[in-house]
Design a protein around this ligand. Structure first.
Ligand SMILES: *[C@@H]1O[C@H](CO)[C@@H](O)[C@H](O)[C@H]1NC(C)=O
Ligand SMILES: *[C@@H]1O[C@H](CO)[C@@H](O)[C@H](O)[C@H]1NC(C)=O
Ligand SMILES: *[C@@H]1O[C@H](CO)[C@@H](O)[C@H](O)[C@H]1NC(C)=O
Length: 468
């Protein structure tokens, strides 16, 4: 009821010419799905927070007051948007993104993200990416230095080639809100990451220079049911440690640790705990170690590596010398101390088939198994569920049965303590991509506008463009 009324008001306001200019919002408000999260302290336990998720800016429609698209399949329309001010005069961002059509559904403290959705025009690769938004309309700055982050994940339906990702990017809390973009974070603007993506807009502003937007990124979980990794990607102001020194149990020889029927059994949900340990145990020290623990079926799971699964500052530099050029864990720690934005995504990769995560020495998947076309055919329902997301003081976010978490003994292997591994390739989602025959444009359409190779977006009519 409420949303229909708001939509009706939007239409009336639009007809009356009450629209704001710019890639400022139009009159349709964004209704970000609520997703409860928890903040925990040792003294006070966990307290729920009213937070929501907002889908990335690029999943919205940019249009003129006459409902012409301001973007094309290859970028912004340079006639309508030759510069920031003109673009602001001609174009606005449409609110009211359809989260269902984009594969996102939340209930309480749980969120399901689907790779594919089904509409009147058949299967679409929705591949959503969303950010955690606070009640104040800004992104929540999650401060994790000397703290821990815990959540439960179900990725049982994610095959080779899919990536269900929960990570942190050091975006501007307001999404780069400015006079030409008064919506900012409420509309999902300002995305950056350690792959320095080149986007139509950069920190909320038209990106006329086609510059890449780099920022510190901490990948907490990049995973499917066959492989997983956590990876810090520190940056300087102009470049980042794009490969990063990641921790992937399979790469380290623990081939049966993670997977269906493994020590961490991916056929069922499990809880992921990531701790950011400082040299002095405070939230102001230098980041010296990142540790990983799991809980499944109510029990702490044995670590893969004896003594615990961890990345250390020294181990990181030894395994990935490039990390030193970007300040390694200490730089990552400073960003975690300032606060970073929690990002959730599900995606696949039409070029490298996600082999850096789950193929070759990194996982059991064959080189071509992760082809998105195969995934679409064999796993049309592939999705990830993130729930019970909480962070705070070390030890405050999970219950290990009264005792400090102890790694078990049965599956702990005798391995040296060096626990780092270098990633061969990139880690982060490209923008959303549409598959063959899927919709990629048209009036009112807010889904992915770029087609997977080798297809291109062809306009059928004002209402419908298709990847052919
Ligand atoms: C750009 O917008 C102008 C004005 O609306 C339109 O005439 C032109 O066809 C558009 N170009 C593209 C490539 O969409
Ligand atoms: C949103 O998308 C879903 C699924 O594609 C569709 O059933 C629904 O009607 C859409 N809602 C609106 C308001 O357009
Ligand atoms: C992003 O935009 C915000 C708001 O205008 C500004 O305060 C911040 O400095 C910008 N960040 C970068 C890296 O340009």
């Amino acid at each position: 009821m409420a949303s229909k009324a708001a939509f009706a008001f939007g239409m009336v306001a639009a007809l009356m010419g009450l629209q704001a200019n710019a890639q400022n919002p139009d009159d349709t408000a964004e209704a970000s799905p609520k997703l409860t999260t928890y903040k925990c302290t040792t003294a006070g336990g966990c307290v729920s927070q009213s937070t929501s998720v907002v889908i990335d800016w690029n999943y919205h429609w940019f249009h003129t007051k006459d409902w012409l698209s301001c973007t094309t399949s290859s970028g912004v329309n340079s006639t309508l948007c030759p510069d920031q001010a003109t673009c602001a005069k001609n174009c606005m961002v449409q609110g009211d993104a359809n989260y269902t059509a984009n594969g996102v559904a939340t209930t309480g403290d749980s969120m399901t993200m689907n790779q594919f959705t089904y509409g009147a025009n058949g299967i679409q690769s929705a591949s959503p990416r969303v950010y955690l938004l606070g009640a104040d309309g800004n992104y929540v700055l999650t401060k994790l230095l000397g703290q821990e982050l815990t959540f439960t994940v179900d990725l049982s339906t994610l095959p080779c080639g899919e990536n269900g990702a929960l990570y942190l990017s050091e975006m501007d809390a307001s999404g780069g809100r400015n006079p030409y973009n008064t919506g900012g974070a409420k509309y999902g603007s300002g995305y950056c990451d350690a792959q320095c993506p080149v986007q139509n807009w950069m920190n909320g502003t038209l990106n006329t220079a086609h510059a890449g937007y780099c920022c510190n990124e901490m990948d907490i979980l990049e995973a499917n049911s066959r492989a997983n990794a956590f990876t810090p990607h520190p940056c300087t102001s102009t470049d980042c440690d794009k490969g990063g020194c990641g921790f992937n149990p399979y790469s380290q020889g623990h081939k049966n640790y993670y997977g269906p029927g493994g020590t961490v059994d991916t056929t069922k949900p499990f809880t992921v705990i990531t701790q950011f340990i400082t040299n002095d145990g405070t939230t102001r020290g230098t980041l010296s170690k990142i540790t990983r623990k799991y809980i499944q079926n109510g029990k702490m799971v044995a670590s893969a590596v004896e003594g615990g699964d961890a990345l250390t500052a020294d181990g990181c530099i030894a395994a990935d010398p490039a990390a030193a050029n970007f300040g390694g864990l200490p730089t990552m720690g400073k960003a975690l101390g300032r606060g970073m934005v929690l990002t959730f995504a599900i995606w696949n990769d039409a070029t490298g088939f996600m082999n850096w995560l789950d193929g070759g020495s990194n996982g059991p998947c064959s080189a071509t198994e992760g082809d998105p076309a195969l995934i679409q055919k064999n796993n049309p329902d592939t999705h990830v569920v993130f729930s019970n997301i909480r962070w705070g003081d070390i030890g405050s976010t999970f219950n290990s049965g009264g005792a400090a978490p102890q790694p078990g003994t049965t599956t702990t292997s005798k391995q040296p303590t060096l626990t780092t591994t270098t990633k061969a390739s990139t880690t982060t989602a490209a923008g959303p991509m549409q598959t063959q025959f899927g919709q990629c444009g048209g009036s009112g359409y807010t889904g992915p506008k770029t087609c997977v190779s080798p297809y291109t977006c062809k306009v059928s009519n004002e209402w419908y463009s298709q990847c052919l």
